[in-house]
Design a protein around this ligand. Structure first.
Ligand code: C2E
Ligand code: SIN
Ligand code: SIN
Ligand code: FE
Ligand code: FE
Length: 676
């Protein structure tokens, strides 16, 4: 309880009666701010005040004055009507008012109550602090609302720059900041400015932290606060640097300047910590989204390159698509693509863009010759920061120096551990690639290498005069083995399933004349997996939905690939339909029952049998009996019910007599030995 002020009686002996005095004291104990006791005319005849009361005038000087004279006019009118109301109905009335004094606004709340017949007591409470807190709470509420709105907006825009603008704008509008700086940590580049906003009279850039301050923030994770010197004559200000945390790491800094001294009170700071944690997760989400958008666009690039791989026979149109995609995703002034001719071992220029002259169009380089030759020889990136320092390397091209290139970067295109070509990048201005750029380049060059590889393969197929040959299967096996080279786990799988499928087809009454197509189709069944990126094909775990969508393209890829080769078209049934299921739940078309071509219905049970009894990057081999139980359970669901018992007979007849011998060979299942 605050101390009661010096005895009322000593100053005004005899004026109020002692019971009035007792009432006053009791009230004062409950409202220990300021009490005025008025006579029936409204003249202040007594008061009680705590020492700490902050009334705009000294209570003592109010004694003997009419109550309406002591309040400023706008407050006096309210006080008068409150007093009249209380005098009339005897109830307590309340008014709130504000008085502007330098340096701050004071707020008061007055309760007016009647004692005796016509004496009033005014209870004056200083509500400045309370009001300030309420205003602040309102401000916070608005700010939080803004942020939530911006978060909602964000889920549509998801652009960290837009978000940054929303945040700085909110700080200016709702906090009255005159200057805001928002920085965000960029990997490898330190704290980078995201947005800066200044509305104040002074463009001081005071909200921007110094390098030292950033280091302190990163280490301490605590706000840095500063306020103007009260003695100084210059414009008062408060300055604060708040760390923005995400996952308990300092990810950014919010710097604020407000043209008011001592603005950052403890509650304000507490509020900002909460605010900044929202800002932190919002910006992080924005960045995550930007990353995934970039990855998505990268994926689309890969898809169009995949399309090029599978739909285009000729090297020229394939490279055109590739170069266009590369240019779209990495910033380059000029680009050239050299492909290694496997026969002559020469690197030949096939395409490029961004050159002013025809300068490099006639490049034919031996391995080891010039930068590109060096890239191919050493199978690594060659990066030259400034070509001007090293002009002799492009003596191969007339007028090369007139292109004005500065940076050179050559990257090898490697597929199945063989160099297929070199991609060369030129920049006319200084250019320092960052990690992300390199990652994109690496992904692109892998795709290009696969594209070249496949194009060479198809060219080889075409050149092999397949239409006439008896060496047909040899070629096809060569082709299917190209996939085995990538996907080592499936080694031997192709030849095993081809043999088993032919045997099953014989038992199901397929004629000898049709047998070669069944055999070839089985050999080529997964050739479409050539179009599946390593990251998915060789993934050790289960596939994510996006990855699965890519994987499910493999029958269609097979179709696109094989449709180009006249005689292979007839062997298409198995590659295209081997993942259709009897109940219609398969892919790519969801065919049902006898809609599925018969060879594919024969093949799918063999394929699943062999897949399950083999190790895969994503699981180890199942035992034969578990596999057979599974296949039986899938009759009419996955497999043609007419095929299942015949396949069962085939396996059991062949397996049972061999079981005894096979026991000691832990890795190989009996059926695998049989079909070796
Ligand atoms: P794959 O490994 O040669 O499997 C061929 C088919 O055998 C599969 O077609 C599926 O019908 C059956 N199969 C293989 N393993 C299992 C298994 O563990 N459980 C069951 N119930 N059936 C199995 P599907 O499902 O259309 O898959 C096609 C290809 O997609 C697979 O060829 C494989 O290359 C890839 N794939 C499927 N699932 C995964 C996975 O979880 N992770 C990875 N990395 N690849 C997968
Ligand atoms: C292989 O068989 O391993 C290559 C193609 C395929 O999986 O069928
Ligand atoms: C395989 O068939 O050998 C693996 C999965 C698939 O058939 O696509
Ligand atoms: Fe398949
Ligand atoms: Fe297969």
């Amino acid at each position: 309880m605050k101390p009661i002020s010096p005895s009322v009686e000593t100053r005004f002996p005899g004026r109020p009666s002692s019971d009035t005095d007792a009432i006053l004291k009791t009230i004062f104990q409950i409202f220990p701010d300021l009490l005025f006791y008025l006579d029936e005319h409204g003249v202040i005849i007594n008061y009680l005040a705590s020492e700490s009361v902050n009334f705009f005038t000294s209570p003592e000087q109010c004694l003997g004055r009419h109550v309406l004279d002591i309040f400023p006019p706008h407050a006096a009118a309210q006080v008068l009507s409150a007093m009249n109301k209380t005098l009339q109905n005897g109830e307590i009335s309340t008014i709130d008012y504000e008085v502007s004094t330098s340096p701050q606004k004071l707020s008061y709340s007055i309760n007016c109550l009647k004692i005796k017949t016509s004496n009033l007591i005014l209870i004056v409470r200083d509500t400045t602090e309370q009001k300030r807190k309420a205003d602040l709470a309102e401000q916070h509420r608005k700010l939080m609302g803004t942020l939530q709105e911006s978060a909602r907006q964000l889920s549509r825009e998801l652009d960290s720059q837009v978000l940054g603008n929303v945040i700085t704008q909110a700080c200016v509008e709702y906090l009255g900041a005159s200057e805001v700086w928002l920085g965000w940590l960029k990997i490898g580049q330190g704290m980078q400015e995201l947005t800066y906003l200044s509305t104040g009279s002074t463009k001081t850039s005071l909200s921007k932290p110094t390098d030292n301050e950033i280091n302190t923030l990163l280490v301490n994770k605590l706000a840095i606060l500063e306020t103007s010197d009260p003695g100084s004559n210059s414009q008062p200000y408060s300055r604060a640097l708040f760390p923005i945390l995400a996952n308990n790491q300092v990810m950014g800094v919010l710097g604020l300047v407000v043209e008011q001294a001592d603005f950052f009170t403890p509650e304000m700071i507490e509020y900002f910590i909460a605010y900044n944690s929202l800002v932190g997760s919002a910006i992080q989400n924005a960045h995550l989204y930007e990353d995934s958008r970039r990855q998505l666009s990268q994926m689309q690039t890969l898809r169009s390159i995949d399309q090029a791989i599978l739909s285009s026979m000729d090297m020229k149109s394939m490279t055109e698509i590739i170069l266009k995609e590369v240019a779209k995703h990495i910033h380059v002034d000029a680009l050239s693509l050299l492909i290694l001719d496997p026969k002559t071992q020469m690197l030949n220029f096939v395409d490029g863009f961004g050159f002013h002259y025809e300068t490099l169009r006639h490049s034919h380089l031996r391995i080891g010759e010039s930068f590109a030759g060096q890239v191919a020889l050493e199978k690594r990136i060659v990066y030259v920061e400034n070509l001007q320092n090293d002009p002799k390397n492009f003596s191969r091209a007339a007028r090369f120096h007139e292109e004005g290139f500065m940076m050179y970067l050559g990257t090898p295109l490697i597929a199945r551990s063989e160099v297929r070509g070199v991609l060369e990048i030129f920049q006319r201005r200084p250019f320092e690639p960052d990690e992300e750029w390199y990652t994109m380049l690496e992904t692109l060059s892998n795709q290009i290498a696969i594209a070249i590889d496949n194009t060479l393969l198809v060219k080889f197929l075409k050149d092999s005069r397949l239409e006439l040959t008896n060496a047909y299967d040899a070629t096809i096996e060569g082709l299917s083995r190209a996939l085995e080279l990538r996907d080592r786990e499936t080694e031997g799988h192709t030849r095993r399933v081809a043999k088993m499928t032919v045997e099953l087809a014989r038992r199901m009454g397929v004629s000898d004349a049709d047998m070669p197509l069944v055999h070839q189709g089985a050999l080529l069944h997964d050739i479409g997996k050539m179009g599946i990126p390593d990251a998915i094909l060789l993934k050790p775990g289960s596939l994510l939905p996006d990855e699965w969508e890519v994987m499910k393209q493999h029958p269609l890829y097979a179709y696109q690939l094989l449709a180009q080769v006249e005689h292979l078209k007839q062997a298409m049934d198995i590659p295209l339909y081997h993942h259709e299921k009897w109940d219609g739940s398969g892919y790519p078309y969801g065919l049902k029952g006898e809609q599925i071509p018969f060879p594919a219905r024969l093949f799918s049970i063999v394929d699943v049998y062999d897949a399950l009894t083999s190790n895969r990057p994503y699981r180890s081999a199942w035992p034969v009996d578990k596999t057979m139980t599974y296949l039986q359970s899938q009759s009419k669901i996955f497999f043609d019910p007419a095929v299942v018992p015949v396949f069962r007979q085939l396996i059991l007849r062949d397996t049972i007599p061999m079981r005894r011998d096979a026991r000691s060979h832990s890795k190989t299942t009996p059926i695998q030995q049989l079909f070796k």
